[in-house]
Write a protein that binds this ligand. Structure first.
Ligand code: IMP
Ligand code: MG
Length: 178
């Protein structure tokens, strides 16, 4: 049986939010070059949109971190499967992720990047779920704040699917309708 979807952010709403974030980021760095690091796989869609809204000179690199797999609960352990290739010493670094949930991923990656002696490290996420936070991390740039809800689309997966869905939705339980 097809599960019902509740659309949280349409393609058009997402585009507006990303544009606003790009402006904030451009205003914050001005003409100082940055290294934008997209965390794979979840942030690939958001990062591709966001970097095109940033006017600051931007070098783009990628990191692969371990994620939930097929489960919805975080283990708290973050593995770096593939590190960046760019030398970020004395550079402004912007870490880009799809969502900040428990915060384990962003905190661990921020600490990992700080060991490379950058000029600064900030984080940008499309979605923030502050009620789920287990560790202290506050993304400097965030698109939308949401409740404790498992969301899918715009890079976010359910099982191995839906990353290519252009809008963000949650599955609705049929019992919730009654
Ligand atoms: P963390 O718990 O903040 O470390 O988030 C780890 C990762 O879990 C994120 O980068 C996402 O890829 C994934 N994740 C967290 N919440 C959701 C969700 O609601 N839907 C899909 N993936 C999620
Ligand atoms: Mg992720």
């Amino acid at each position: 049986m097809e599960r019902k979807k509740q659309v949280l952010f349409s393609k058009e709403e997402i585009a507006e939010t990303v544009k606003r974030m790009g402006q904030q980021i451009s205003d914050s760095y001005g003409n100082e070059p940055i290294v934008a690091i997209s965390l794979l796989r979840g942030s690939f869609v958001f990062a591709a949109d966001l970097v095109r809204e940033i006017k600051t000179p931007t070098n783009v690199d990628f990191m692969t971190t371990s994620s939930y797999g097929d489960s919805e609960e975080t283990s708290g352990r973050v593995d770096i499967v593939h590190d960046i290739r760019t030398d970020v010493e004395d550079m402004h670094v912007l870490i880009i992720d799809d969502i900040c949930d428990s915060g384990h991923t962003l905190k661990a990656i921020k600490e990992h990047i700080l060991k490379k002696n950058p000029k600064s490290v900030k984080t940008a996420v499309f979605l923030d779920k502050p009620d789920r936070r287990r560790v202290e991390i506050y993304p400097e740039f965030k698109g939308e704040v949401i409740d404790d809800l498992f969301v899918v689309g715009y890079g976010l997966n359910y099982g191995n699917y839906y990353r290519n869905c252009p809008y963000i939705f949650a599955f609705v339980n049929p019992e919730d309708d009654e």
